[in-house]
Design a protein around this ligand. Structure first.
Ligand SMILES: [Fe+2]
Length: 184
C-alpha cells in the first residue's frame, strides 16, 4: 500500500492497494465527530430520562452503545497505546474512565428495562448520563496530541479505526466478550 498524491497530511485520504483504490477515514476528524455525537446523545439521554420518555431513552442508549463500542475498542487497541509515549500514566486514567463508563452504561440499560421509573430513579439515571460528559471532554483532548503523529502512524490508526467500525461490536457486548480488562 502506498499513499497517493491525494493523501492529506493528517493520514486520511486515498490509498492505492495493488491496483485497487480505497479510501481511509481521517482518524482525528472521525474521532472528534464521534465525540460530538456522544456528547449530543448523552444530553438527549439525560433529557429523555428526566422527562420520563422511556422508549426514547432506550433508543438513544441503544444508539450510543453501537457508536461507542467501536470507538472505545479503537482507543484501547490502537490510540491509547500509541499516545502512551506522550501521555504516560494519564492513559491509565482514561482506561479507568472507560471502566466507569461501562459500569454506568450497564446501570442505565438495566434501569431502562423498566417501563416506569420513580422520580429518584429518573434523577439518578439523568445524573449518570450527564456524568459521562467528563470522559468525552477528557478524551477529545487527545486530538491535539494526535496531530503530532506522523503520516504512517496516522495511517495505522485510520486502518484500525475502520476495522473496529466494520466489526461494529456494541459497547456492552465488547466489554463482556472481547475486551481484556473486565469490569464487575
Ligand atoms: Fe474517545
Amino acid at each position: 500500500m502506498r499513499k497517493s498524491a491525494g493523501m492529506d497530511e493528517r493520514g486520511g485520504g486515498k490509498y492505492e492497494t495493488e491496483g485497487e483504490v480505497g479510501f481511509l477515514l481521517d482518524p482525528i476528524a472521525e474521532f472528534r465527530e464521534d465525540h460530538r455525537k456522544v456528547r449530543d446523545g448523552l444530553l438527549a439521554l439525560e433529557e429523555a430520562i428526566r422527562q420520563n420518555r422511556i422508549g426514547e431513552a432506550r433508543e438513544v442508549l441503544g444508539g450510543l452503545n453501537q457508536l461507542v463500542g467501536p470507538h472505545f475498542r479503537y482507543e484501547e487497541e490502537a490510540l491509547y497505546p500509541t499516545l502512551r509515549e506522550y501521555l504516560g500514566e494519564y492513559v491509565d486514567q482514561l482506561l479507568n474512565e472507560h471502566d466507569g463508563v461501562i459500569r454506568t452504561a450497564r446501570r442505565c440499560a438495566e434501569l431502562l428495562q423498566k417501563d416506569e421509573l420513580s422520580p429518584e430513579e429518573r434523577e439518578a439515571g439523568a445524573r449518570a448520563a450527564r456524568s459521562l460528559l467528563v470522559h468525552v471532554s477528557n478524551c477529545d483532548g487527545l486530538a491535539i496530541i494526535s496531530e503530532r503523529l506522523d503520516a504512517d502512524r496516522l495511517g495505522e490508526l485510520a486502518r484500525k479505526f475502520e476495522t473496529c467500525r466494520e466489526q461494529g461490536v456494541p459497547l456492552l457486548e465488547w466489554a463482556a466478550t472481547i475486551r481484556e480488562r473486565r469490569v464487575d
